[in-house]
Design a protein around this ligand. Structure first.
Ligand SMILES: [Zn+2]
Ligand SMILES: [Zn+2]
Length: 269
């Protein structure tokens, strides 16, 4: 079946390893038909990846890989925008210098709440429940800005807090519903990020409950990504992501090309 990993970081991200070419080889070895790179684009001066991306070099490397893997692998050029709602103008300026065909895919992510990055000690000054509430509030603000295609890892904070405060989605149903309604109203998709499975959470981000809510509210656009930071993880647990989507009632998933979504059926052979 047609399947792409739509969340991948190469060395063009501060925390990625190896070259674009190495990830493309890994994608073919994993039986994928496509891969979309989503290098970090962080404008928060306190973020580790601030000012790391050299877009021209990144685009050149993707172009070279497209020539090398032509006819065998569809290679997308994307960006993972950190807190896009806080840097609207700078992002618009950055993107306005690029043609519509140059950037295939924009993920919107919240990795920071105020001056605090998400990490294991996030929200120490308050309860876990308050920390989740603060996080989802920031995600809602990001979605309201609407300047990206797909919301990445909606419940990312559970990656850090789950050991002490497992996320009980039902307790945050009101704000999560507001986030989902906003994405649907704006035509923003929802990512199923499978990194949680290999990182010990044993669950996708977001998990089945939130995906069901999204479906029940009328959400249709879902994308799949491993959030690989090394070639070995390309395509990791996408099959579990597909099974989770099916369990939530989806029979299709999306993929972005030149900023436009294409839907593909979930089929098992
Ligand atoms: Zn992220
Ligand atoms: Zn990422």
């Amino acid at each position: 079946m047609w399947l792409a990993d739509c969340h991948v970081h190469s060395h063009h991200s501060i925390d990625g390893r190896r070259q674009v070419h190495d990830y493309c080889r890994a994608a073919l070895a994993a039986g994928l038909t496509g891969i979309t790179f989503t290098e970090h684009y962080d404008l928060n001066p306190a973020a580790e990846g601030f000012d790391h991306l050299d877009f021209a070099r990144y685009a050149q490397e993707v172009e070279a890989a497209r020539r090398e893997f032509a006819g065998r692998l569809e290679i997308g050029l994307g960006l993972e925008l950190g807190e896009p709602h806080l840097y609207r103008e700078a992002i618009e300026t950055f993107l306005s210098g690029k043609s519509g065909e140059e950037v295939d895919f924009l993920l919107g992510s919240v990795h920071w709440v105020g001056k605090e990055a998400l990490h294991l000690e996030f929200g120490q000054h308050c309860s876990g429940q308050e920390a989740y509430q603060d996080y989802f509030t920031e995600v809602l603000l990001a979605v309201r800005a609407g300047n990206f295609h797909v919301l990445a890892h909606l419940d990312l904070l559970k990656r850090y807090l789950d050991h002490a405060y497992p996320l009980e989605a039902e307790r945050f149903r009101e704000i999560i519903t507001a986030i989902l309604q906003e994405t649907i109203a704006r035509g923003i998709g929802l990512e199923v990020n499978t990194s949680g499975i290999r990182q010990g959470l044993g669950d996708t981000l977001p998990g089945l409950t939130i995906l069901r809510w999204y479906r029940d509210l009328g959400g249709e656009i879902v994308t799949l990504g491993s959030d690989a930071h090394r070639p070995e993880d390309v395509g990791a647990d996408l099959s579990t992501g597909l099974a989770t989507l099916e369990a939530a009632g989806f029979n299709r998933f999306g993929h972005y090309h030149h900023g436009q979504v294409r839907m593909h059926p979930i089929v098992y052979t």
